[in-house]
Write a protein that binds this ligand. Structure first.
Ligand code: GLY
Length: 385
């Protein structure tokens, strides 16, 4: 199954090409997207991708006439830093990239964010091509132009990792999502991406994507090529629609902010030491797992606010469990401490607490400055004592 989804952004519009083996046509797709085969390119590579795959992809680009410079990156939140960004900028300079030469980001969300930010800023912007290799980056991070790095900073008397604190909107010129790349992913990493897919279904505007995901859960988990291809294509279609409607997340309610469903809670717990998925031997939390847990919290907050219908939470929990995703966390600090930290963090960085709250199957709303009781209900639902 192959599909192409257009992200309709006027003169910045681009295609997301999805399919098994899609990277086999990367060179010709880049030529079509840029109008010519680039003379040079910086290929930013996720160190987790098998060498033979990278060599095959790089070889095809070189045969098409592009001089490639390769730069490897470890996919970790600590590495998504100003230091790595600086190193990649140097690689771009050493590669003698001109304004028309692209950065190609081959990897998961961290590589995409780093590569995209280098492209956004090197010589005041060069094109970026996103070639996502994880489910999470295919359905979310590679589409929509958010790029950036984390900032490690002393704030309020302690060192914090401020996620995505430095960055730019820089839309890719092309996204190529080769679903064959998903077969070699660790099962846990693949499942984590499903957290973002469920999130998309929960803001899709109707029950249809949610029902489709429920019906196809087993096929997706067994890596059925047609089901996985359709999942990626449906999820990207939703994301493309949201981004086209509110590219820079400026709408007060609805719009791109809805993509943050579950993320207020996810960000609060995902980097805490000693926190892991409830009922599992896995250590730490993957971002997609934290999002799954965050969805459960958001549903409980929605119920406490009288906005989420009571039948929705059990339905979403059942789907997450079926997909092998956590619905709670072990090792969480006390709800009071967690809540003060969430509120403090927001205040320290000059923001306000914002919750995205499910209001029906496929529906959600933005709630600014939610009452403490609603946040507390969310934290209790995911296991904060
Ligand atoms: N991942 C959220 C967004 O792209 O807006």
């Amino acid at each position: 199954m192959s599909a192409s989804v257009r992200v309709e952004l006027g003169e910045r519009a681009y295609d997301v090409r999805i399919g098994a083996g899609a990277l086999g046509s990367l060179a010709s797709n880049i030529r079509d997207a840029l109008g010519a085969t680039p003379a040079r390119a910086l290929l930013v590579i996720d160190r987790g991708i098998p060498h033979e795959r990278v060599d095959r992809i790089a070889g095809e680009l070189e045969r098409a006439g592009t001089i490639l410079t390769r730069a490897q990156v470890d996919p970790s939140e600590q590495i998504k830093s100003l230091e790595t960004y600086g190193r990649l900028l140097e690689s771009a300079a050493q590669a003698r990239l001109e304004r028309t030469d692209p950065v190609i980001a081959l990897g998961g969300g961290i590589v995409g964010d780093l590569g995209g930010f280098v492209a956004a800023t090197y010589r005041r912007a060069v094109p970026v091509i996103q070639a996502p290799t994880t489910l999470l980056s295919m359905v979310d991070a590679s589409v929509g132009g958010k790029t950036g790095v984390n900032l490690s900073s002393e704030l309020g008397g302690r060192r914090r990792l401020l996620k995505n604190f430095v960055g730019a909107f820089h839309q890719p010129r092309l996204v190529v999502a080769d679903t064959n790349m998903l077969a070699s992913l660790e099962a846990r990493v693949f499942r984590a991406g499903l957290g973002e897919c469920v999130k998309h279904a929960m803001i899709s505007g109707s029950d249809e994507l949610l029902s489709w995901t429920e019906t196809n859960a087993d096929a997706i988990l067994s890596h059925d090529a047609a089901a996985v291809g359709e999942l990626v294509s449906r999820s990207v279609t939703l994301k493309a629609r949201v981004v086209a409607g509110d590219e820079r997340e400026t709408q007060a309610d609805g719009g791109r902010a809805l993509l943050n469903l579950g993320h207020t809670f996810a960000h609060a717990i995902e980097t805490l030491d000693g926190v892991s998925p409830r009922g599992s031997d896995e250590q730490g939390l993957q971002h997609g797992e934290a999002v799954a847990i965050g969805l459960v919290a958001a549903l409980a907050s929605g119920e406490a606010l009288g906005m989420a219908p009571p039948e929705l939470a059990p339905r979403i929990r059942a789907l997450l469990e079926r997909l092998g995703l956590p619905t709670g966390a072990a090792g969480l600090p006390r709800a009071d401490d967690l809540m003060s930290a969430m509120i403090d963090d927001k205040k320290t960085v000059g923001g306000r607490l914002r919750l995205i709250v499910p209001t029906g199957a496929g529906q959600a709303r933005v709630v600014q400055d939610p009452p403490d009781s609603a946040v507390r209900a969310g934290l209790a639902a995911i296991g904060a004592p």
